[in-house]
Structures are given as C-alpha cells and as structure tokens.
Write a protein that binds this ligand. Structure first.
Ligand SMILES: [Fe+2]
Ligand SMILES: [Fe+2]
Length: 239
C-alpha cells in the first residue's frame, strides 16, 4: 500500500515527522505498541491514579489539550456527517464514509467524557465549528468524490500532526517523571491520543487511495482547508 503513496513534499515531510513517534498507521510496530492503548481507550469515570497531583503547568496542558481535541473531533464528526448526507445513496462511498464517521463518533464521545471527568470548559467556538464543519463536508462532497477526499486528506493531515505535537509535548513534559509516565491522567491522555492519531492517519490513507490529489483545484482546496484547520486549532485551544 505504501508504494501507492508517492506523496508530494508536504506529505513526505509529515510522514517523516511522524515516524520518530512510531506514528504511521502503516507501521506494524506502531500497531503493536498501540494495542495496550486501544485497550485503555475506554475512559473510566474515576480519576486515573497519579503518583502525585499535577502541577499547574501540567493541569493547564491537560485542559487545553482536551478542550481543543474535543473541538477538533466535533468538527470531524460534522464534516463526515455532511459528506455522508451527500453520498448516502452511493453504495461504494456510503460504507467508507460511515466507517470513518463511526470512528469520529467514538473519538468525540471519548473527549466528551474527558471534558466531563476533568470538569473542563468546552471551547466557546462550538456553534461556529458546528456550522463550518457541516458546510465543509457537504460543500466538498457536492464538488465530487475527489474533492471530498481532498478535504479528508487536508483535515486528517492537520489533525494527525496536531496529535503528534501533543504526544511529543506530553512525553517531553514527563520524561523525568517515570511514575507519571506509567499511570495517571496524562498517561491516559497519551494513550488516547496515540490510538486516535493512528485512526486519523488511516483516514488520511483512505483519502489518498481515493485520489484526493486528483480533485480539481486540489492545491487551493487543500491549502485553504489546512489553513482553516490550523486556525481552528489555535482558536479552540484558547477560547
Ligand atoms: Fe477523530
Ligand atoms: Fe479522522
């Protein structure tokens, strides 16, 4: 499968950035590492036991990460919902979109639980992301299958990179704290993000397999959507 992905520079760069974190959805090694994470993806209602209380910096990181991730997963859900509304009578695309959407439903549900568990304020931008996400899904699907896939490719590239940045920051934050690295709220967050990151990269692979780059106006479409995602991530982590 990898041979089909002779990505242009941006994708090559993303892939190379992801590799040190064992991130690629194509990596068997990564899948092995993540089996434990998959098992722990169900968020418990009780607080994960930490060896010590989180510092202010760690707590702020946790809150910001969960807030922005919930917003991102909400947006992803609405994009796929919009695409599904357009492609639901297409026997080939319907199950494909449904499968990715189902995974996004699980991602959003998980971050909804984490928001409640840690009593974190959700982003105030949710009403706007609701409208923008659905409009983006419907709009690109109406342009055709390749444009819808170009949208998926752009969004999942940004989300995959965003999750990798968070994993990197968390591992760096905990590098000198072996106990906290093994258990607790931040360990739970790392495991959750790793599992979801791999699924986002599967969505990215699916989009490329379905000729995302063959969409009319691909470069403009991809640039605009990726820019929008970056802006949404930046705003949602702060507002
Ligand atoms: Fe997701
Ligand atoms: Fe995704």
């Amino acid at each position: 499968m990898a041979n089909r992905f002779l990505y242009t520079s941006s994708h090559s760069l993303l892939r190379s950035q992801l590799q040190p974190l064992a991130s690629s959805a194509l990596s068997h090694r990564c899948r092995g590492l993540n089996s434990a994470a998959a098992a722990s993806s169900g968020i418990s209602d009780t607080k994960a036991a930490s060896s010590r209380p989180l510092t202010t910096r760690e707590r702020e990181f946790l809150e910001r990460a969960i807030r922005v991730n919930q917003a991102g997963e909400l947006g992803a859900n609405l994009i796929y919902e919009g695409q599904y509304a357009v492609f639901k009578s297409d026997p080939r695309l319907r199950p494909l979109i449904r499968h990715m959407w189902d995974q996004e439903v699980h991602h959003l549900d998980t971050f909804n639980k984490l928001i409640a568990k840690h009593r974190i304020r959700p982003t105030a931008m949710r009403p706007l992301w609701n409208i923008a996400g659905y409009a983006l899904g419907v709009g690109t699907a109406l342009l055709g299958e390749k444009a819808a896939m170009a949208c998926t490719e752009a969004v999942e590239t940004e989300i995959g990179g965003h999750y990798n940045d968070q994993i990197r920051a968390l591992l760096d934050m905990l590098k000198d704290d072996k106990e906290l690295l093994k258990s607790g709220e931040l360990r739970e967050l790392i495991d959750t993000i790793r599992k979801f990151r791999d699924e986002e990269l599967e969505h990215l692979d699916t989009a490329v397999e379905h000729d995302a780059k063959g969409a009319d106006g691909y470069v403009i479409l991809s640039t605009v959507i990726r820019g929008g995602c970056k802006a949404a991530i930046w705003i949602s982590s702060r507002v």
